[in-house]
Ligand binder design. Structure first.
Ligand SMILES: Cc1ncc(COP(=O)(O)O)c(C=O)c1O
Length: 379
């Protein structure tokens, strides 16, 4: 078997140049050399967020970024509407409760997007909602929400709309200013094509008004202190030098290719996996599938946990399984990161071989032809 392949919805495969940059000798973060890199990366992030507002970075995973967005605009006891259609929606609701919010949990069946009519009714029934939380892409089910249309409804109220873009931002269009999103958060190990460990976020003008008075407790994530530090040309606490250096490279590379082209590459990978799944006879789990990650339903005769183990140990290919009620039933294939056509082709073949190992017969020769045809025609 040739190379190992990592097609999880984060962490993702790294570009060879990112790997090289990560291994450079350490420099101190309070130096003119690093100041220039930080400035360049903070400016480059605005292109991904599509915002004129300042963008921030913290050494924390995406969940830290979710916390930072939330607590900087939260008063304890605020009414918070949390849209939940998977694991990460649950997490944000739990977090809001931990900080004293009164949380309305709007449960949406896993695999579905929120219905706009239901959101409209909830906003009308609770005019005192101060914050709405939702995932742009719920990674546990590979399902997107209609963020632009949701923002249209929420922006007419006094509520702030905070968006978890951890598996969306940088993978497909999520223009913060144009869509009137009040807070967006991303994670380094996703479409930013970096190792895990950093989160990026930004607030709207409407959110900044609330930040000035919001009373939820905060220290490390106090955004007003971080802004003051950024305006002095530094981060408040020690900077994550290796990841920021690599981030600067990734942002410049995306800038050179153009954001739209970058999104097209990721969309093509998603199209490819959906096309191959159809040829393998595997159905999509999501009714609103994302371009950043695809969830496929495994045949009921196959134990998904054993399937993943076989794929990993015999074919050196890592994809993710399902969580909670979906454990053992689905696999999730990521489309973010540094992925070549060869990786895509090999992944299809390895999935097919693993299916064959579980007596689910796939014609490998046919599949190989179908894969090549897609990749050659849509290169
Ligand atoms: C949509 C979404 N939100 C939040 C998180 C949590 O991010 P982290 O694991 O970086 O804290 C993830 C991680 O996969 C995610 O996909």
């Amino acid at each position: 078997m040739s190379n190992s392949i990592l097609l999880a919805p984060g962490p993702v495969q790294l570009h060879p140049e990112v790997q090289r940059i990560l291994s450079l000798p350490m420099i101190h973060h309070r130096t003119p050399e690093f100041d220039a890199i930080l400035k360049s990366a903070l400016t480059g992030l605005k292109m991904i967020f599509q915002t004129n507002q300042p963008v921030f970075m913290f050494s924390a995973t995406g969940s830290g970024g979710m916390e930072c967005l939330l607590i900087n605009v939260l008063d304890p006891q605020d009414k918070v509407l949390s849209i939940i259609h998977g694991k990460f929606g649950e997490r944000w609701a739990d977090m809001a409760e931990a900080f004293g919010a009164q949380v309305i949990r709007h449960q949406v069946p896993w695999g579905q997007a929120v219905k706009l009519e239901e959101l409209k009714n909830l906003l009308a029934a609770h005019p005192d909602i101060k914050i709405v939380l939702a995932q742009a892409c719920e990674t546990s089910t590979a399902t997107i929400n209609p963020i632009q249309a949701m923002a249209e409804l929420i922006s007419k109220t006094e509520a702030l709309f905070l968006v978890d873009g951890i598996t969306a931002l940088g993978a497909y269009d999520l223009p913060m200013d144009q869509w009137k999103l009040d807070g967006v958060v991303g994670g380094s190990q996703k479409a930013f094509m970096l190792p895990t460990g950093m989160t990026f976020l930004s607030f709207s003008e409407k959110a900044w008004k609330k930040i000035k008075t919001a009373k939820a407790p905060k220290f490390y994530f106090d955004i007003q202190n971080e802004l003051a530090a950024n305006l002095r040309g530094e981060t408040l606490f020690s900077s994550n030098v290796p990841i920021v250096r690599a981030l600067d490279f990734v942002l410049k590379r995306i800038g050179e290719h153009g954001l739209t082209n970058h999104f097209k590459h990721i969309a093509r990978r998603a199209d490819y996996i959906r096309h191959m799944a159809e040829n393998l006879g595997l159905k999509l789990f999501s009714q609103a599938p994302s371009n950043s990650v695809t969830a496929l339903i495994l045949p009921s005769t196959i134990d998904g946990v054993k399937f993943r183990t076989q794929l990993e140990s015999n074919y050196q290919t890592t994809v993710m399984g399902g969580q909670d009620s979906l454990k053992g039933k689905i696999i999730r294939i990521g489309h973010m990161g540094y992925i070549t056509d060869e990786d895509l082709h090999e992944t299809s073949l390895r999935l097919a071989r693993t299916l064959n190992d579980f007596d689910y017969k796939v014609d490998l020769k046919e599949l190989e032809k179908t894969s090549k045809k897609f990749l050659e025609s849509k290169g």
